[in-house]
Design a protein around this ligand. Structure first.
Ligand SMILES: NC(=O)c1ccc[n+]([C@@H]2O[C@H](COP(=O)([O-])OP(=O)(O)OC[C@H]3O[C@@H](n4cnc5c(N)ncnc54)[C@H](OP(=O)(O)O)[C@@H]3O)[C@@H](O)[C@H]2O)c1
Length: 185
């Protein structure tokens, strides 16, 4: 069993959209700064499409890329072929890095599979409604309690208003258990 918190970090438009292929949907430098602060020094779990859209390892963090493709070997990242393997590697790398938590950095496919196991959601609510193929799963208020909200208007290079919102799982014992088999990395 994992003891380290599993934290989802995502920027989500009003209509739930988080991405559309490799297109940039918004320009929010303050959100990029927050993403950096929330993820620095920690292992990041991400789907292969998100890895492709970032295009490189993020400095100061260790990426664990999920893929079902046995021939995919990203340079500068760990690879996991299943959710449980990704969580096991995340746990091992967090302990090796001295990190206090494991971060899930997207995208929509991975968020949908893992939200049931997460302990905290760090969501940037973006005041836009762009079309897009990747979406964030529903945040069920019976499961998640909002514990912090910081609202910012557009400006200072940020093209839209946005809010930094934190949700904590109401009942941590209700999170689906994270079974660690082996370890790895
Ligand atoms: N706004 C935000 O905060 C944010 C954050 C991250 C990403 N995004 C956006 O989200 C979009 C990408 O999201 P997405 O839903 O298309 O894809 P994704 O979640 O990034 O990646 C999906 C891929 O991950 C692999 N995968 C997923 N679950 C797996 C499992 N259980 N076991 C093994 N491999 C697994 C598969 O890769 P293979 O096909 O290689 O098998 C799958 O095709 C992009 O537009 C990106 O810009 C937005």
């Amino acid at each position: 069993m994992s003891n380290l918190p599993l934290v989802i970090v995502a920027a989500v438009a009003r209509n739930g959209v988080i991405g559309d292929g490799e297109k940039l949907l918004w320009r929010l430098p303050d959100d990029l700064r927050r993403f950096r602060a929330l993820t620095m020094g920690k292992p990041l779990l991400m789907g292969r499409r998100t890895w492709d859209s970032i295009g490189r390892p993020l400095p100061g963090r260790e990426s664990i890329v999920l893929t079902r493709d046995a021939d995919f070997h990203p340079a500068g990242a760990h690879v996991a072929r299943s959710l449980d393997e990704a969580l096991a590697i995340g746990e091992a790398r967090a302990r090796a890095m001295g990190a206090s938590e494991i971060v899930v950095a997207g995208g929509g496919d991975l968020y949908a599979q893992i939200i049931g196991r997460a302990d905290r959601l760090c969501v940037t609510e973006v005041d836009l409604t762009p079309p897009g193929s990747a979406v964030f799963p529903r945040i069920d208020p019976e499961v998640w309690r909002e514990t912090a909200r910081e609202t910012h208007p557009a400006g200072g290079g940020n093209e839209a208003g946005f809010s930094f919102v934190t949700f904590e799982r109401r009942d941590r014992s209700a999170a689906q258990p994270v079974e660690i088999r082996g370890g790895g990395a």
